[in-house]
Design a protein around this ligand. Structure first.
Ligand code: KG4
Ligand code: ZN
Length: 336
């Protein structure tokens, strides 16, 4: 079965084609318009999706070497995300499916990230543990079998990627901040400053990153560094490395604790922050140390992408699950 997947939940316009779950194309157009605002501007995102969607879908079909008449199902992200942005891809997907007389299915964006490690050749085996870390979410999920998952915990305030982006903004760095902090941290000392690690109640798999973010702000204020002219290159790198280490410490500790409690061998990380080099290396070391196996997707499947949506759409269509043309875009769609 050839399935086209469309993703427009935030600031990436993406479309992909999968055939029996194998990726034939994955085209991602990242909207650069937001960089100068230091964050995603919802109205600009919707308009950029409208401008880009036709070309991105065309390109995905062309790269896959298929025509639209060969498509046997269309999947589009239903939520969570920015409602105006979601509506563009969702309505485009519905109209295309209707015109082609093929089934349409809405996909939960978080399920996309959850199964993004299935897009690579060496796949995790069920049951596996998934840590989803992105700009909007931080979730730890136990996946027993396809579509049977249990949410073990999630963030109570900022998402991990959001903390990276906000700290980068405080430091006068660009947007998105995660990759910039990741790069600068390589030149810094992670033990230079002891920022807090928030573990919450004993046994909880929830996360909280607003404390570490505020600690960075106080550190800058107390050391008169809010004026970035006073920040030496080394101090900047040390702050980045110390902040990153405190976030990664908590992510790795909670994930490994859950892996032990639920006795899972395979651990996966997904979402934009799973591109973080320290998270990858620390999680890999920790898993290997306990005889577990870590999976993380290549960059194009870490970030928001149509391939993960097409893949989940394909799994749903295989099971006979389709959506009606009335399916609404839901900004805060839950992972159930
Ligand atoms: O999954 P994603 O592309 O979009 C959402 O669904 O949010 O994630 C984007 C987030 C941003 O917050 C960005 O700063 C973060 O992922 N990110 C990183 C890295 N690359 C992207 N955070 C830390 N280290 C990175 N290398
Ligand atoms: Zn995402």
């Amino acid at each position: 079965m050839l399935v086209l997947g469309i993703e427009t939940s935030c600031d990436e316009t993406s479309a992909a084609v999968v055939e029996e779950g194998a990726v034939k194309s994955n085209v991602i157009s990242s909207q650069l318009v937001h960089a100068k605002y230091g964050g995603v501007v919802p109205e600009l995102a919707s308009r950029a999706h409208q401008r880009l969607i036709i070309d991105v879908v065309d390109e995905a079909l062309k790269t896959a070497g298929v025509t639209k008449d060969q498509i046997e199902g269309v999947a589009a992200t239903q939520g969570p995300g920015l409602v105006g942005a979601l509506l563009v891809g969702l309505n485009f997907g519905k109209a295309l499916a209707y015109g082609l007389k093929v089934p349409f299915v809405g996909v939960n964006h978080m399920e996309g990230h959850l199964y993004s490690n299935m897009l690579i050749e060496k796949k995790p085996t069920y049951p596996f543990l998934a840590l989803i870390v992105s700009g909007g979410h931080t979730m730890l999920v136990l996946v027993d079998s396809p579509f049977e998952h249990r949410l073990l915990g999630q963030t109570r305030d900022d998402a991990s990627g959001e903390a990276f982006d906000k700290v980068a903004k405080m430091l006068g760095l660009g947007y998105p901040g995660g990759p910039i902090i990741d790069k600068l941290a390589k030149m810094g000392n992670p033990a230079a400053i002891r920022f807090p690690r928030t573990y919450l109640d004993q046994g909880s798999y929830d996360f909280s990153f607003s404390g570490v973010k505020t600690a960075v702000l106080y550190y800058l204020r107390n050391n008169r560094l809010t004026d970035h002219a006073n920040l030496s290159e080394q101090r900047l790198a040390d702050i980045c490395a110390s902040f990153q280490m405190s976030v990664v410490d908590v992510l790795v500790d909670k994930t490994l604790t859950a892996a032990r409690e639920f006795g899972v061998h395979d651990v996966t990380i997904a979402g934009g922050v799973s591109a973080n080099s320290l998270l990858r290396s620390r999680m890999d070391e920790a898993c290997k140390g306990e005889g577990r196996w870590l999976f993380y997707p290549p960059l194009e499947y870490c970030m928001d992408n149509g391939a993960m949506i097409a893949y989940v759409g394909w799994m749903k269509l295989l099971r006979g699950v389709t959506s009606s043309m009335e399916l609404p875009a839901v900004a805060n769609l839950e992972l159930v």
